[in-house]
Design a protein around this ligand. Sequence first.
Ligand code: GDP
Ligand code: MG
Length: 163
Amino acid sequence: MLPTIALVGRPNVGKSTLFNRLTKTRDALVADFPGLTRDRHYGRGVVGDRPYLVVDTGGFEPAADTGILVEMARQTLQAVDEADAIIFLVDGRQGITAQDKVIADRLRRTGRSVLLAVNKSEGMNRTIAAAEFYELGLGEPYAISSAHGEGVRDLINLALADF
Ligand code: GDP
Ligand code: MG
């Protein structure tokens, strides 16, 4: 089985943009990976000559009748559980939101190590863009731009470093 990276975060932080960049021109078909569930979006990426799987957890979208915590418990936490590495995306332009804090708290309680990615940081000073997010208590924030590809390769190498 390939190492699996889960992308988590509240809506609109750029998870799908990152997913698409990582899996571009790869066969992002669930059908290629028997046994994986279909309610999450799996794709295949390659960094250097290393293949890996990436999971886009759209499951954070809070439904009208369920809170974000319920959605997290049901789908995203399962993806987190199954993943070898976890990338938590936040929006460097918006700064920390209440939802980010809820997700950060929940992720921290899993005891898993989490890579904190400060997305949309193109055109910003990366150190300054990232600094505010130390407050989430998940260690060093890494500034990236999913849309422009900046910092993405380094982030994936970090995510896969232990596997
Ligand atoms: P998701 O809901 O977390 O999957 O977020 P999406 O990938 O759908 O992106 C939400 C919005 O953020 C879209 O309008 C994207 O074009 C935009 N976006 C994603 N990544 C970046 C980025 O690196 N920089 C900027 N400026 N916008 C981005
Ligand atoms: Mg999405």
